[in-house]
Ligand binder design. Structure first.
Ligand SMILES: [Zn+2]
Length: 159
């Protein structure tokens, strides 16, 4: 990537090497969020914002689908709180190793005016009814075939 800001963010999110020479964990996709979460900050997803029209996207994009001009996208830390738009509980194992039951759905991030797809912490449908407030957490959601914990983003219910 040519944007130096993007490269700095990605290099900060690569996992350290474990004592046995294997990584103990991996990021589901580098650059989606800051990990480990820097001290004194709240977790945040990294989106991109078009400096021309102001629209925000997640995951990041190189080009704005409205403007199609290069060089207008900047990295934006998204707000960590959102409102459930829709949700469901899955009761069969996921092909990527997520144990059932688990919940996922769409979260509206009002401050950034976007809707994000995400896993949820817990599986009680009442916690994830449309309109409920949730906040972002960065945590393992599965273990891969190499025994590494896969770190991803989820939303949890705000009590
Ligand atoms: Zn735009």
């Amino acid at each position: 990537m040519s944007d130096p800001k993007v490269e700095v963010l990605i290099s900060r999110t690569y996992p350290p090497i474990g004592i046995d020479g294997l990584d103990k964990w991996v990021i589901v996709e580098p650059g989606l969020f800051d990990y480990p979460v820097p001290e004194g900050t709240t977790p945040a997803l990294f989106g991109s914002r078009c400096t021309k029209c102001g629209r925000t996207f997640f995951p990041k994009r190189i080009l704005c689908p409205d403007c199609f001009d290069q060089g207008n996208m900047e990295i934006k830390r998204l707000n960590s709180r959102g409102i459930i738009y829709s949700s469901t509980v899955v009761r069969v194992p996921s092909p990527v190793g997520i144990k059932p039951p688990y919940a996922y759905g769409y979260v509206d991030i009002p401050g950034d005016n976007i809707r994000v797809y995400a896993l949820f912490v817990g599986n009680d449908p009442a916690s994830f009814a449309p309109g409920k407030e949730v906040e972002l957490v960065i945590e393992p959601f599965a273990v891969n075939k190499q025994g590494q914990r896969i770190i991803g983003y989820k939303f949890k219910s705000v009590a």
